[in-house]
Design a protein around this ligand. Structure first.
Ligand SMILES: *Cc1c(COP(=O)(O)O)cnc(C)c1O
Length: 372
């Protein structure tokens, strides 16, 4: 018998806990040819571009699937077959970009970065200067594997100054951290429905420069992931190319309304940051230390060192916390034993107090002493 009679709260970076209103938006069946549904798609795409102030220069192209589908669509469509991509790598999602490029046959150069350090704009500039063959840079804004936040505006500047194109995986930072296309030039920025926008998973999207997209016809390695074809078809017909995730799109439209009501990126980012501080303070009082320095910690997800105690076992810990109503995430680091707690989703700081309490009780049950 679970101790708590409700859905567990998801302290994970997607899928995440969603509001009742967002869930209720999915209680209708909508036709993909139907004008009412196509208006929802158009409105959602317009809002997605506005959030990063890109309406003058960019368009939002939605893509069925999880976030990775949209990342692969962006790389496969925008990087020419003879292009070459610089990929700074300090975590699991950076590594995924390298894996995609290898799979779709685009040349890549890895720039290794320590996993507890942000990417250095100067190191990116030096790598670009050293290799004139590099056409693109692909970076992860917030590396969700650790929770580290990268200096996107400075990175974008050094890339633009060198006449190269930037593709950003902003999956976990979009809607939580301010991004302004007018001061942060990029060819493409990729995110998804089920992260900081607090929709349900199932739809990615690419905020793509209109000129870059126009130049990319016929380049993609894949039919289903061809962003240019998807964009042209949407423009021509107002419809998605293949079956759209209708319930996901409707839920995202409703989630966007709540995002606006809350106060946009500033308010959402502030709530997530408050969640993160409460988490670090609360778990810190139990003797659990964050993996990252506070200066580079994003308001998205916090990695904690596991307790150094012979009774520690992530699966037992996970089950104990889950029984008390909360779902945590395993660590993604190879060298140190960690676990992760997300700050994003329909969660308030009071929910974080519940998590801290569940962790404290679980550790005690496991026989792991806590200072309090
Ligand atoms: C969630 C996420 C993705 C996409 O992962 P999916 O499992 O495909 O949804 C990509 N990059 C980052 C940084 C993410 O946080």
């Amino acid at each position: 018998m679970p101790l708590i009679d409700r859905d567990p709260l998801l302290l994970t970076p997607g899928p995440l806990s969603t509001s009742l209103r967002t869930k209720q938006a999915m209680l209708h069946d909508r036709g993909s040819w139907d004008e009412a549904f196509n208006r929802i798609t158009a409105e959602v795409c317009r809002r997605l571009v506005d959030i990063v102030h890109a309406g003058e220069t960019h368009v939002a192209v939605p893509m069925q699937g999880s976030g990775t589908f949209a990342v692969e669509a962006a790389l496969g469509t925008l990087v020419p077959r003879d292009g070459k991509v610089l990929v700074p790598n300090h975590g699991a999602y950076c590594a995924r970009i390298l894996r995609i490029l290898a799979t779709i046959g685009r040349a890549a150069v890895e720039l290794t970065v320590p996993e507890d350090q942000p990417m250095s704009p100067a190191a990116i500039a030096a790598a670009l200067d050293a290799d004139p063959g590099l056409s693109h840079v692909a970076v992860v804004h917030c590396e969700t594997g650790t929770g580290i936040l990268n200096p996107l505006e400075d990175i974008a500047r050094v890339v633009a100054e060198r006449g190269r194109a930037l593709i950003v995986d902003a999956m976990s930072s979009y809607a939580a951290v301010a991004i302004d296309a007018r001061t942060t030039p990029f060819d493409a920025l990729v995110a998804a429905s089920g992260k900081g926008l607090e929709g349900v998973p199932g739809m990615g999207f690419v905020i793509a420069s209109r000129t870059a997209l126009e130049a990319s016809a016929g380049r993609c390695h894949s039919l289903a992931l061809d962003l240019h074809d998807q964009w042209r078809y949407l423009q021509r017909t107002t419809q998605w190319r293949f079956t759209p995730p209708t319930h996901v799109v409707a839920a995202l439209a409703e989630a966007l309304r709540q995002f606006d009501e809350e106060g946009g990126v500033a308010a959402r980012g502030a709530r997530y940051a408050a969640n993160g501080r409460r988490l670090v303070d609360g778990l810190g009082a139990l003797g659990l230390q964050p993996f990252l320095r506070p200066e580079v910690q994003s308001p998205v997800i916090v990695t904690f060192h596991a307790p150094r105690h012979p009774a520690w076992d992530f699966d037992t810990f996970y089950r104990g916390v889950r029984e008390r109503g909360y779902i945590l995430y395993p660590g993604k680091l190879t060298r140190v034993e960690t676990f992760r707690v997300g700050c994003i989703g329909a969660l308030a700081p009071a929910d974080v107090d519940g998590v801290v309490d569940a962790v404290a009780r679980t550790l005690r049950t496991m026989g792991i002493p806590t200072p309090r």
